[in-house]
Write a protein of this length. Structure first.
Length: 245
């Protein structure tokens, strides 16, 4: 497994991945960055709530799809799957290694987002009182919420050769998330709305029983349940697939 993981890390286009890790969160933060006359914890909380909306609604879920497609693209070109799977490696290890790399890059992106936000807040005069606990919980919750989406995208990308087709599917599910997130009826059940709900310091749980900023029902049924279904479905499909070219 570790050897397969190292190979996946070596194949990844790190210059492009690094650009996405920095540029995406940077743009999300800078679009909402503005000098603020208020300072302190409340100002930081408000600013964090503003910058997380478009990041967690649009960029973060889309990034999961782009990265999944990038991870599978080398094997889709020139019969790469047949060459890779002809080696003495387990198909399940190959699939799991790709997912571990995908999850790791998504975690690094969240850390970059948090770091850029703090630096920008200091530069624009938000002052002292950085709510590190709120930011840390939000980043962790956002990562957990995006993992099922990453599993779905890896499942799709491992089967579809077209980079554009898998990305288009992700866009179709991501765009309605902003509307679903505003609905107390549909928001808790729509998987693509979970990152923005989980990362918002004002939306989590809709009550005092929230876990990782979402309700226990949403966490276990939609996020954990969705992750298990997507991972098992993708893994079983990959193991049984006939890669003709």
């Amino acid at each position: 497994m570790l050897k397969v993981l190292r190979v996946e890390l070596m194949k990844l286009q790190w210059w492009l991945v690094g650009l996405l890790i920095v540029a995406g969160p940077g743009v999300s933060v800078l679009l909402d960055a503005r000098p603020d006359q208020e300072t302190g914890v409340d100002a930081w909380q408000i600013a964090w709530g503003q910058v997380t909306v478009q990041y967690a609604w649009l960029f973060y879920p889309l990034l999961a799809g782009v990265l999944a497609a990038l991870l599978c693209r080398p094997e889709h070109m020139g019969g790469g799957w047949k060459q890779l799977l002809a080696l003495p490696v387990s198909r399940s290890n190959v699939y799991l290694a790709k997912y571990v790399v995908l999850a790791g890059v998504l975690a690094a992106t969240n850390l970059a987002f948090g770091g850029i936000f703090v630096l920008t807040g200091l530069a624009t005069g938000l002052g002292e009182g950085i709510p590190f606990s709120t930011i840390g919980l939000s980043l962790l919750a956002g990562l957990v919420a995006v993992l099922p989406l990453a599993a779905v995208q890896l499942w799709v990308s491992s089967r579809w050769k077209s980079f554009g087709a898998s990305l288009a599917l992700n866009v179709c599910f991501t765009l309605p998330a902003i509307f679903a997130a505003q609905s107390s009826e549909y928001g808790p059940w729509y998987p693509w709305a979970q990152p923005v709900l989980a990362m918002s310091p004002f939306a989590g749980g809709l009550g005092g029983d929230s876990v990782l900023n979402v309700s226990p029902m949403t966490l276990w049924v939609v996020i954990v349940g969705g992750f298990v279904v997507a991972m098992i479905g993708g893994l079983v499909t990959f193991v049984r697939a006939d890669f003709a070219g």
